[in-house]
Design a protein. Structure first.
Length: 229
């Protein structure tokens, strides 16, 4: 059995009340999750169930009220802000529903950004980015800025940017949500291929039940708990 890359245990997340007469929101209670290397897990559930919030906890973008998140040997919940940023740059590839490309930079430069942020020399960072542009089928679009790319191309660049750092874990939050049906299918198929080729542990949040069914496991987030979907 493949080693566990991601492990969340007894997670709770409570948000304080927003007004004098309001009640706090207990989003998760005793939530656990384990994902092995090479495994792709889909998380589905109604809007507002907390799917994106869960990914934020796994990526150390937010802290749980209780419980722990482990990525390999790193206890993510114990990291300082600076350590959490290094963890995201080193161990996680994150793909959002919106691509968040920097419009003033080219596709090649956008992909290189995480490597430049970790201090890799400019020439090496661009060479790695060029390799990944080829892997997502956009070698001929290196000098195009985001406004010159289609929605599907923008999301491919976003995926290459997420994986250029050679992470252990891929987190994807509705990565095809803004795309038309044919483009969404092509992007999801690409995510599957790169997941396999890089032996990633992947967690994909999606409303698309067809895409979810093509993952190794489907979990439904309901009532603050994960259960088989």
């Amino acid at each position: 059995m493949a080693a566990s890359v991601l492990r969340a245990a007894a997670l709770e997340k409570t948000y304080p009340p927003l007004g004098a007469n309001a009640e706090g929101l207990n989003l998760f209670r005793d939530l656990s999750l384990e994902v092995a290397a090479g495994e792709m897990v889909a998380i589905v559930g109604e809007s507002g169930a907390g799917k994106s919030s869960l990914l934020h906890l796994l990526a150390a973008l937010d802290r749980p009220t209780a419980g722990d998140v482990w990525c390999a040997d790193t206890n993510v919940t114990r990291l300082t802000t600076k350590q959490a940023a290094a963890y995201r740059n080193r161990d996680i590839g994150y793909v959002w529903q919106f691509h968040y490309l920097l419009p003033e930079f080219t596709a090649l430069e956008n992909i290189a950004m995480p490597l430049l942020a970790r201090g890799l020399p400019h020439k090496q960072a661009l060479a790695a980015a060029a390799k990944w542009l080829g892997r997502v089928g956009l070698a001929d679009r290196a000098d195009h800025r985001s406004g010159e790319l289609s929605g599907g191309e923008q999301q491919r660049v976003s995926l290459a940017r997420a994986l250029v750092t050679d992470p252990k874990l891929l987190l994807a939050d509705e990565p095809t949500g803004d795309l038309d049906t044919a483009t969404a299918d092509a992007v999801f198929t690409l995510i599957q291929r790169l997941h396999r080729e890089n032996s990633l542990a992947s967690v994909l949040v999606t409303h698309n039940l067809d895409f979810a069914s093509r993952c190794d496991r489907v979990l439904r987030l309901r009532g603050g708990e994960l259960c088989p979907g």
